[in-house]
Design a protein around this ligand. Structure first.
Ligand code: AMP
Length: 222
């Protein structure tokens, strides 16, 4: 059983690298932002509560987020473990998390703010199935259409200059202290997220002592 947290600024590749670990190691990838976006898209009560906060780039209320994480983990569909992305995002959430779960490691993807801007502005999201694209290195085959389901690709509502500025400020002010909490427990491995994806994935695995990254194995399995 492996239990990891993946942290990093917006656009640092948390979803991508968590997805690669999920596919290869049978981990369940829990993306808190994905769960919130699903709720917004499906017009649920939670969706109505969080939509405007998310669009502005601010953080959603802690009680609500902790409830979502608790419910998701209580499904216990993670026999081989989980990798949680987008949580915890402030010291209170970190304390809550550490009280309830043991974790094996925190993957910290490090990316300078200038590179964050370039990546976030190139990001596109399928409006139907939620798959992520990047116009820098992972463009769809047909412009504006999802390769997987043909859905329309959109810019995330919070991928604007203004919202990004808020999110970067929030990250540096609130999420950096979370890393300090985890560092005190010696959980954190830091990986430079600027190199190409396979190199970053390999560096994560080497630091965590996991099996090497073999893209051909993943392609065969999918
Ligand atoms: P993400 O997809 O991780 O970038 O999250 C998108 C947005 O969802 C964030 O900008 C917040 O508004 C909200 N959100 C996601 N995770 C959390 C969290 N742990 N605490 C508070 N708000 C969150």
């Amino acid at each position: 059983m492996r239990k990891y947290v993946i942290m990093g600024v917006q656009g640092s590749g948390k979803g991508t690298h968590a997805g690669l670990l999920e596919a290869d190691l049978n981990l369940v990838h829990i993306g808190v932002g994905d769960i919130l976006r699903w709720n917004v898209q499906h017009h649920t009560k939670v969706g109505a509560q969080v939509r405007r906060i998310m669009a502005a780039g601010s953080l959603v209320d802690d009680d609500l987020i902790e409830g979502i994480v608790q419910d998701r983990l209580a499904q216990h569909d993670w026999n081989f473990g989980f990798i949680i992305d987008g949580f915890p995002r402030n010291p209170r959430q970190a304390e809550f998390f550490l009280e309830s779960y043991d974790i094996d490691g925190v993957i910290h993807l490090d990316l300078p703010d200038s590179e964050v801007r370039r990546r976030v502005m190139a990001r596109r999201l399928c409006s139907v199935c939620g798959v992520d694209y990047s116009l820098i290195d992972n463009s769809p085959k047909v412009d504006g259409k999802c390769d997987a389901c043909g859905g329309e690709l959109l810019i995330r509502e919070d991928d604007t200059e203004e919202a990004l500025n808020v999110r970067l400020r929030e990250y540096h002010a609130k999420t950096n202290p979370v890393l300090d909490i985890f560092r005190r427990k010696e959980y954190v491995i830091t990986v430079d997220s600027r190199p190409p994806k396979p190199q970053v994935q390999q560096a994560i695995r080497a630091k965590l002592g996991l099996p090497a990254y073999a893209p051909e194995r993943q392609a065969a399995a999918s």
